[in-house]
Design a protein around this ligand. Structure first.
Ligand SMILES: N[C@@H](CCC(=O)N[C@@H](CS)C(=O)NCC(=O)O)C(=O)O
Length: 335
């Protein structure tokens, strides 16, 4: 597969094995882990923070990427679309990494006017060393990247923009935070990242180990969702649900075939499937899901896994059918 990266500000279109390069890429890389708060006071762990302002920040995403998708969903649910502007890279990740495009629902780089995402990273740091990943949150005022870690970006968007956001939506209510963090850890290891560990394994043993952890966790989630509507036991979806959703919605279309996660489809799990349908049908969410980008990206970009680059036509699923989750009365409503 083509996997490029920047080394001291130079684009390299090959991934070097760290064994053969004496661990060259293991030295610390520039990390963008800044925060945004309503008044610029430090973030939750004392991070240096910028002040929330309208029209100051710009989000770069891929519609294919599950990590970027959770940030796009948070931006939508918090009503921040007019506050934080957006670029969408083209779905194909080739020799130059992510590139901007005007075709197929992509949105060009209207802020920095770049052709490739790595040029945006170089604008922030001309000597950048590291992967060039989406999502990226850009600060137009300081002309640099605020943060490129989706787990942090969803928290920044949830709480940092209270002056501009829909504050009736809180994806991490403080009382549920311990439960959310605990679910996130399991879902990240075994599901969100689990599908990648399964699909990118290059030994039978590693593949089978990741596969088993993935399906054990899906069975556990299926069972949990048979008695509660959402993962953290809340009466509205939380961050934990949206983090699981971005993997579930890609599963039958991509991970089941392309990543060989094929013990079952999500459609084979009645509760997980109904739950996924409810979240897909949640106001504003379906428009953040683009199966052409999702399927086009994985099947054409990972040429070691799919050398013909043929994009499968299936599966044929109707995601607009009734989800039947209303039968599970959410806890707080019942009380
Ligand atoms: N930890 C990052 C991971 C993001 C990530 O891996 N994004 C992928 C797309 S799904 C990417 O841009 N990969 C390009 C690369 O690694 O070269 C996050 O969650 O924000």
């Amino acid at each position: 597969m083509t996997m490029g990266l920047l080394v001291d500000g130079q684009w390299q279109d090959k991934w070097y094995d760290t064994d053969s390069t004496g661990g060259k890429f293991e030295r610390p890389t520039t990390d963008f882990r800044g925060w945004i708060t309503p008044d610029g006071s430090p973030g939750p762990d004392g991070q240096e923070a910028q002040e929330a302002e309208a029209d100051r920040y710009h989000l770069y995403v891929s519609l294919a990427c599950p990590w970027a998708h959770r940030v796009l969903i948070t931006r939508k649910l918090k009503g921040l679309e007019d506050v934080i502007s957006l670029s969408v890279v083209g779905y194909h990740m080739g020799e130059r990494g992510w590139e901007f495009s005007e075709r197929d629902g992509a949105i060009p780089d209207t802020v920095n006017g770049k052709d490739k995402l790595y040029e945006v990273y170089l604008e922030a740091d001309p000597n950048y060393t590291g992967r060039v990943t989406v999502p990226v949150l850009w600060d137009k005022k300081r002309a640099t990247i605020v943060n490129n870690e989706s787990a942090e970006l969803i928290r920044i968007l949830n709480t940092g923009f209270s002056e501009f956001a829909d504050n009736t939506v809180d994806l991490t209510p403080p009382s549920l935070l311990p439960a959310i963090d605990e679910i996130n850890a399991t879902v990240y290891d075994n599901v969100n990242n689990g599908v990648y560990k399964t699909g990118f394994a290059t030994s039978q043993e590693a593949y089978e180990e990741a596969f088993d952890e993935l399906f054990e966790t899906l069975e556990m989630l299926e069972s949990r969702l048979s008695s509660q509507r959402y993962l953290a036991g809340s009466y509205l979806p939380t961050e934990a649900d949206w983090r699981l959703f971005t993997t579930l919605i890609r599963f039958d279309a991509v991970y089941h075939g392309h990543f060989k996660c094929n013990a079952k489809q999500i459609a084979d799990y009645p509760n997980l499937f109904g739950y996924m349908l409810e979240l897909f049908q949640w106001p504003g969410i379906a428009e953040t899901v683009n199966f052409d980008h999702i399927k086009g990206h994985y099947y054409t970009s990972h040429s070691t896994i799919n050398p013909t680059r043929i994009v499968p036509k299936g599966p044929r699923q109707d995601l607009t059918v009734p989800h039947n989750r209303d039968r599970l009365v959410p806890a707080e409503e019942a009380a």
